[in-house]
Design a protein around this ligand. Sequence first.
Ligand code: SIN
Ligand code: FE2
Length: 211
Amino acid sequence: MIEFAPGLLYFPDFYSRLEQEALASLLRDAVKAAPLFTPLMPRTGKPFSVRMTNFGALGWVSDREHGYRYEARHPQTGEEWPAIPDLVLRAWRETSNYPHDPEACLMNFYDVSARMGLHQDRDEAALDAPVVSISLGDSCLFRIGSETRGGKTRSFKLHSGDVVVIGGASRLAFHGVDRIFPATSTLLPNGGRINLTMRRVRAAENLATGG
Ligand code: SIN
Ligand code: FE2
């Protein structure tokens, strides 16, 4: 493990190739139940270049009218999200140093032209919990800075099987994906990159009441 900055932990090759293949196959099945959708930016309605779906009790969604938020159901099928697969949970359990499992797992699919602008993950009340991110498929250039928009940033490549923990003093750091490097992995037959991010959504003090 490498600590790039306080709270920003990098676990290269966390998952073996065999485990990555098992993950890819689990995700292919899950996406049949909870199809990828294209989120829209709040207000402008501009489509994201990534497509998304979710696993777990809560899923992150965005549309023009209601903006960024967590919902218990898929916006198109109206069904609850599929459970977070155990093999995915393993990364959280072994890296998050948090006493509860995640409530949400967002899956982003990047085709080779997709990117993600710099943003903070701040739609969660539980900022004491980290975000745990898994990369699968083609490599990407990941960029991360400080809590200040426009502040200094640095970038590093993420490869298939890598896990990154964004927590502690880095929990609200601006981050994004500058580009995907095409044909850098053979994991996904049609190329592209999958990113899974697990989060706690509700503040810990609400847990006891289930609220
Ligand atoms: C995200 O910030 O939601 C995605 C990060 C990534 O794709 O690595
Ligand atoms: Fe993010």
